[in-house]
Design a protein around this ligand. Sequence first.
Ligand code: ZN
Length: 330
Amino acid sequence: MTELEDVLCCPICHGELKKEVPIDTQGKKREGKVGGEEKSRSSHLNCVECGRWFPLFQGIPMMLPDHQMNLKGEELNTMFQNPPGIAQRRTKRMAWYYDTPRKVGGIEEGCREDFGYGDLDGWVLDIGAGDRQALESLERVDQYVSIDVIPRDRPTVVADAHALPFSERTFDGVIARAVLEHVEDEQKVVSEVSRILKPGGLFMFSAPFIYPIHDAVDHHRFTIYSLRSLADRHDFEIMRITSTGGYFGLLAQHVYFGLRMIRDHIDTRFERKPLLRKVLRFFTDLTGMVIYFPFYLLRPLDGVYREMARNVQGRIPFVKGYGGVFRKRE
Ligand SMILES: [Zn+2]
């Protein structure tokens, strides 16, 4: 049976890796393409092709293509935090504002067959796995491998999606939930996914179109056209593309997102003036409800709106985001 060690390779040259035990530090410096602090080096992975080495951080292989980043370990967690001013905690009270457009959605392209993560089997790679939410729906999987650029949630491997440290044709399925918008070069990432998938393997992803700029870095938005071209350029056949969101739901959502920022600001700015904070929050919520409510009431028309748009334009212009299932060509 294949083990993770057998498929893990150098993210740069795809050379084989050898696990090496700690070497003594009495002036024995290794000759390699990459230098580094020799003294702190414990057990590590060594590329037999190019000589680069990759440390283990609390047992997690650090396989980022940038050697200096691999040495940062814990520090990476803080490097990829949200910028200041973006609150981490959310107020429950406004939960009913959230996610309304998700209720409307449908197939934009491909078959009507209901694909879900549950359809994946064999070896599955979860890119940008975070706290591994996808794992709950994976039932038939032999090996689940998660990667992330930070070690915080203890991924199987710390890796960068632009340079995956896996041999070609390793995986039967790849998941990228809300990841493609955050990578610098989405073409490179999808070509890497294509490389490591077996022929016939499935790539399941979601990506936003009308959605506020979010998280530490946010590079792209996608449309039905960019998704088609991604599939085409990287040897995939489109099994299905779904979209969520409708006109009124999206308007409602944006009232919510805008107000949430104002609310977060009030909470931080007037932390020590509870009375003033309460008054300001009250007026923010009141304004929010007055603007929000008409759109909220009109949401049931979003299904009709989507049908109409499809008939008139042959496409749906107001989309919150897409979900895709691509299949690697044989
Ligand atoms: Zn190498």
